[in-house]
Design a protein around this ligand. Structure first.
Ligand SMILES: [Zn+2]
Length: 309
């Protein structure tokens, strides 16, 4: 099982279909899980997808519409039934606070298993203790989007690091535990002198996963998707319904493709399809005319984050 992957729980917009549940996506990252938008039915979709409530370490809501949030009380109650006692950070756009309070109230005693972390505008998300909120070491960022209610996209950003170069290490005679010491200290004394970390490693860009749910085309979507290795993006409409996209605050599949291309994102995963399309093949084809690496998500699928280039 890849350490970094997207588990698709639901891919329908507004209403579920026989084959597509309400919105829900779990991002697994180095042993921790970020659940984005637990729509109605998410608890059962998690069961079918082989994900347990204890696999969720952070929950993020993109906006307050019911099709994205009504599964929250059930997910929290399931955590309580499974014996969880540690609350998870619950991230959401600040103006959704009253609705979030209702949802936590509906979860009764299990509402205490989520700690509200409202976000305002763009930037790194702060956890309950005020420190940067991380998922498996990657930092969660929020980006304001443009929907019919306050909405935000999310970026999970791995800090840049350094890749050790085995040949250079061997050259300097650095082996075994000394490699770890060099990585920690940045320098290491060896019989021939001093080895600096930069001498035996190269910069390694951190990976980024971006989630752009309900939004019309906007600058925020471009910022959210910028340079993502994997971009999960809503694709509510096909070309034929393009006239509906902006008024309803959504994107077409073609716009999602354009977004991936203009933002320099790598793999685009389309989701959030209108129930009017039993077959999303045409939407996938339209997005592929704009961007070369596109797949359409289906419920219960897993999509690995592409390996580093
Ligand atoms: Zn939606």
């Amino acid at each position: 099982m890849p350490a970094r992957e997207l588990v698709v729980l639901g891919t329908s917009s507004a209403v579920p279909t026989r084959t597509r549940g309400h919105s829900g996506h779990l991002l697994r990252w180095d042993g921790e899980g970020l659940l984005v938008d637990p729509g109605e039915g998410t608890q059962r979709q998690m069961l079918l997808a082989g994900v347990s409530a204890s696999d969720v370490d952070v929950i993020a809501l993109t906006h307050e519409h019911g099709d994205h949030v009504l599964g929250l009380p059930g997910v929290l109650q399931r955590r309580a039934m499974d014996g969880a006692t540690t609350p998870v950070p619950l991230v959401f756009p600040a103006p959704a606070a009253p609705l979030v309070a209702h949802l936590l109230g509906a979860a009764a005693h299990a509402g205490a298993l989520a700690v509200p972390c409202p976000v305002d505008g763009d930037g790194p998300v702060r956890g309950p203790d005020g420190s940067l909120l991380r998922v498996g070491g990657a930092v969660l960022h929020a980006v304001a989007l443009d929907h019919r209610v306050p909405a935000c996209g999310y970026r999970l950003v791995e800090p840049d690091g350094r890749r050790m170069l085995p040949a250079a290490l061997a050259d300097r005679g650095v082996t075994g535990p000394a490699v770890g010491a060099l990585q920690r200290e940045g320098r290491l004394e060896v019989p021939g002198g001093v080895v600096h970390l930069e001498d035996v490693s190269a910069p390694r860009r951190g990976q980024v996963v971006a989630v752009v749910e309900d939004t019309r085309w906007c600058e925020g979507a471009l910022r959210a998707a910028a340079g993502a290795d994997l971009l999960l993006c809503e694709a509510t409409f096909a070309d034929a319904e393009e006239h509906l996209a902006a008024p309803y605050g959504h994107l077409t599949a073609r716009q999602a493709g354009r977004l991936a291309r203009e933002a320099g994102a790598r793999r685009l995963v389309l989701t959030h399809f209108s129930s009017r399309y039993p077959d999303v093949g045409p939407l996938l084809a339209q997005a592929r005319e704009e961007h070369d690496d596109v797949v359409a998500a289906a419920d219960l699928e897993r999509h690995p984050v592409p390996p580093r280039r």
